[in-house]
Design a protein around this ligand. Structure first.
Ligand code: ATP
Length: 500
């Protein structure tokens, strides 16, 4: 695991949040949004520090023009609400004022929310839908990965479209504009950069001109019709920005931003300052030093709203270490699970749910199979196609994440999975239910960011949680275990600079 001082920007000054008002009523939030917030979080909910900062700076902006803002705070501190409230309020207030640019048959969103996985996109869309219940905005997900967008040739009537919007409770509805139908207004469209790019450029755009593909098919590749018009985009939110701007995602993310900017008449410079013609919000639980340099070059106006807890573990999270010896590590996991459930039974609690992270996909599958053999029902999600991952809904995560439909089995049923085994694929952004009070790190985390994000799937929203780090207790590998402990201790001790 890396040296935290070398990877995180501890000098990005955090704001002193003590002076900010701690209420969802002030600064003024529209009453319909207030109502939804209180329905969702309870009548006594107060904003978390990052939410106070966002309400203060984004709800009543002091500067004119398009803003570029980074919201950075620890995992589980409510960043989704922090950015959704200002975006939704702005969209509501301007829904009649802003001239739209209708183009028949295309989805025409006013805000894009980008997330690294389909699961997170669906969960965010579900959450946003709860928030606009009274404000009546239209939120949609574009994340369904298994449906070919060429299906869109099927024409959809206007009434079917609006029915489909109503039915899209879980965010499972695929946006399917008709080829010649009316324009397909969406206020907020949530999706992965790759799916959104496909909507902007047409299905299969990446394969255009690929000689090998053409040779295999025996004919030129035909790119599908674009499904989305980006003229009306006023907001782009990049959730988990440290991931979406890292080397795996940055090309797609930047390409989508460029498409939106171009659609709005801006010539995107290859180098130098990027003044996108829309508001850009970035969120992250970590500020990598590598990105600080990139922001300075391309987004010098970027305003950082940083909570003092950024780069830290949630205060309510306990860290434990479990040593394994020369025997089977999988048996150790099984033993720990059974001990946990025995403790739950003794305390009269329902058996806890546990998320186990491995580093490699093969290890996740092996552990999942081992536990199943031991009659412990498991959901394994380590890659494409696992457990219906591709089927366009979060049903495979039922019981583990809030926005998934409730499990159909009886909660006390011994066949209900209480263990989710996954890899990096579910380590980011997902808001696991309070039932997930324990996270196991089966493999030593490779980086400090991996550790923070995996551990941070529990102890969310101020709730208690526990992360158990499996480490080698003897023989080869103990040196690495010592390094991991040092890095975790450094994370606990290191403080963000605070601007007073
Ligand atoms: N003001 C609040 N009071 C109590 N609970 C809250 C509040 N705001 C959000 N929550 C709850 O806290 C949990 C975490 O919120 P959210 O998923 O937005 O965190 P996050 O900061 O985006 O985390 P991550 O960095 O892991 O993506 C959710 O269950 C949410 O409902």
């Amino acid at each position: 695991m890396d040296d935290v001082d070398q990877v995180f920007d501890y000098n990005a000054p955090a704001q002193d949040t003590h002076k900010l008002l701690r209420s969802f009523l002030s600064p003024p939030l529209d009453s319909n949004l207030q109502k939804s917030v209180h329905e969702f979080l309870g009548p006594d909910a107060t904003p978390t520090p990052i939410q106070s900062l966002a309400l203060e700076h984004l709800l009543t902006p002091r500067d004119k023009g398009y803003r570029q803002v980074l919201l950075a705070s620890e995992t589980g501190s409510g960043k989704s609400l922090a950015y959704l409230l200002p975006v939704l309020q702005h969209l509501k207030r301007t829904e009649l004022a802003e001239p739209r640019h209708p183009r028949a048959g295309l989805v025409s969103p006013r805000a894009l929310v980008l997330a690294p996985t389909h699961e997170l996109a669906r969960q965010l869309a579900y959450f946003a839908k709860q928030l606009v219940h009274h404000a009546k905005l239209r939120v949609q997900t574009a994340s369904r990965p298994n449906v070919s967008s060429l299906d869109n040739r099927r024409r959809v009537s206007a009434s079917k479209m609006s029915d489909a919007f109503e039915e899209a409770v879980e965010g499972e509805f695929e946006v399917r504009p008709g080829a010649s139908g009316p324009r397909f207004d969406v206020d907020v469209l949530v999706g992965t950069p790759s799916r959104l790019l496909e909507m902007s450029r047409g299905h299969g755009w990446r394969l255009a001109g690929d000689k090998e593909v053409e040779r295999e098919r025996g004919r030129p590749w035909r790119v599908g019709r674009p499904e989305m018009d980006l003229h009306d985009v006023e907001w782009v939110v990049i959730d988990e920005a440290d991931v979406l701007l890292n080397r795996d995602f940055v090309d797609d993310t930047r390409a989508l931003l460029a498409d939106a900017a171009t659609a709005r008449g801006y010539v995107v410079p290859a180098e130098g300052v990027l003044d996108y013609p829309f508001h850009m919000l970035l969120t992250s639980a970590t500020i990598p030093l590598t990105q600080t340099a990139a922001f300075a070059a391309r987004h010098p106006r970027l305003k950082r709203l940083v909570s003092p807890g950024v780069h830290r573990l949630p205060k309510t999270l306990k860290v434990e270490f479990a040593q394994y010896g020369s025997g089977s590590k999988m048996q150790d996991v099984e033993r720990r699970l059974r001990e946990l459930w025995e403790d739950d039974a003794l305390a009269g609690r329902p058996p806890s749910r546990v998320v186990v992270f491995t580093n490699a996909r093969t290890a996740a599958h092996a552990l999942g199979a081992f536990l199943e053999e031991k009659k412990i029902p498991v959901v394994t999600v380590a890659g494409w196609g696992d457990n219906d991952r591709a089927h366009g809904s979060n049903k495979h995560l039922a019981g583990f994440i809030g926005a998934a439909p409730s499990p159909t089995q009886d909660e006390g049923d011994a066949t209900t999975p209480r263990v989710l085994v996954s890899t990096a694929v579910l380590a980011r952004g997902l808001d696991f239910t309070p039932d997930v009070s324990t996270v196991f790190l089966y493999d030593a985390p490779r980086t400090a960011a991996d550790f923070l994000h995996r551990a941070g799937r529990t102890a969310r929203g101020g709730r208690e949680g526990r992360v158990v780090v499996f480490e080698r207790g003897e023989g080869r590998g103990t040196g690495n275990a010592a390094v991991v402990r040092q890095s975790i201790a450094a994370l606990a001790n290191r403080r963000q600079v605070v601007r007073r």
